[in-house]
Design a protein around this ligand. Structure first.
Ligand code: UT7
Length: 356
């Protein structure tokens, strides 16, 4: 039986660094507030009109492919995780295939929409496909271009200051080395709180979920909506209802509970203990969440990789960017037990244990 491993990893972040002070010029916020609550100092924004989630994903992918010792034509499956796709449809998987110049059609491209846990979900999918022998070189990308969809007025400040753009990619390959590879992945979801962290419009819901759940939100419900108008109405545009919304405190409380839980679950399956972890790479949601989880697990500072200070929360891209930086810096070495974990919109959450 094959095990799967990360054969190559790469990341790309755009050049433009936007500081907290830059944001405080366009909305009522401050460097002090942002750093104290989130640890974020700056984030990167992609170049509009020339960069997208797919193009950034392709840049990260090129590095991962080269490091995996394969060529683009060897890729037999693409998994693309993002919540900020170039198009509503088709997904970024096919766009990245085109961007990379992969012309063969004996390849599949799958887009997944699992937000902050998108990379962990993608890793789990890739792991299953490789272990069954179906694919040998799966390109998994997490990429986000949040900057095009954020509310830069004070109304959107609780969400906008957190997010940044970037991309990370890995190539998942089979290995017969028993001392290497993905040991286990754990996936969870709870749809009860779908609207607590969401971008509701444009969408075909017509107000349904709000009525059904008795939610105190006025997102899109309008008796006069006609077929053909249902995705995006003038009211939604006028009221800025196409921006993401988040109940931050609610999300925070669940995140600090679910991270340790799902990490513990993976350790138990693998027959390992917290003290066996060499490096934890958490989804970069908020430095305070990472610190809380670190404390709960009793890990030292040098056993947790945090880079949210530089990049903000890059959602599906955050785990692969952080993992790539950790590996490039030498903090992740062959034989290390690496623990990945994420929690976010859905809610969906998950973890992975990898023997590097
Ligand atoms: O990756 C996906 C998962 N997402 C997360 O894990 C996010 C989890 N949540 C969080 O990280 C935190 O809840 C936030 C950083 C988003 C917000 O921090 P908070 O301490 O929970 O603040 P809050 O939303 O409860 O707001 C507290 C106050 C409010 O003012 P009032 O009502 O007390 O006067 C907000 O209006 O802070 C205000 N506020 C801001 N002030 C300055 C909210 N955002 C800002 C801002 N700058 N950017």
């Amino acid at each position: 039986m094959f095990r799967s491993k990360i054969g190559g990893i790469g990341h790309y972040v755009p050049e433009w660094a936007v500081t907290n002070d830059d944001l405080s010029k366009v909305m009522d916020t401050s460097d002090e507030w942002i750093q104290e609550r989130t640890g974020i100092q700056e984030r990167r924004y992609a170049k509009k009109h020339t960069e997208t989630s797919a193009t950034m994903g392709a840049k990260a992918a090129e590095i991962a492919i080269e490091r995996a010792g394969i060529t683009k034509e060897d890729v037999d499956f693409i998994i693309f995780a993002t919540l900020s796709p170039d198009y509503y449809f088709p997904g970024c998987g096919v766009l990245v295939q085109r961007e990379l110049g992969i012309t063969k059609t004996e390849i599949g491209a799958l887009d997944i929409r699992n937000q902050c846990s998108g990379f962990i979900y993608g890793l789990s999918i890739a792991d299953q496909f490789v272990k069954t022998g179906m694919y040998k070189n799966i390109l998994l990308i997490g990429a986000e271009m949040h900057s095009m969809g954020l509310d830069f007025s004070t109304t959107g400040r609780n969400v906008t200051v957190i997010f940044g753009d970037g991309a990370g990619a890995v190539v998942i390959q089979p290995t017969e080395d028993e001392n290497q590879g993905i040991l286990t992945t754990k996936l969870h979801s709870d749809g009860t709180y779908a609207e607590k962290l969401a971008m509701i419009n444009p969408g075909a819901h017509g107000g349904y979920h709000f009525d059904k759940m008795g939610l105190d939100m006025d997102f899109g419900y309008d008796e006069s909506i006609k077929y053909g108008e249902i995705f995006l109405t003038q009211k939604m545009l006028d009221e800025g209802q196409y921006y993401p919304n988040m109940e931050g405190k609610f999300v925070f409380k669940l995140a600090v509970q679910k991270f340790p839980e799902v990490i513990g679950e993976a350790l138990e399956t693998a027959g390992l203990k917290t003290s066996d972890i060499d490096m934890m790479v958490p989804h970069q949601a908020n430095l305070r969440i990472s610190q809380f989880v670190q404390k709960r697990l009793g890990l030292r500072d040098d056993q947790v990789w945090n880079n949210i200070q530089k990049y903000g929360n890059t959602t599906a891209a955050s785990v692969p960017i952080a993992l790539c930086e950790a590996w490039e810096s030498g903090a992740v070495k062959d034989g290390d037990l690496v623990c990945l974990a994420a929690f976010g919109s859905g809610f969906t959450w998950g973890s992975a244990l990898i023997r590097w």
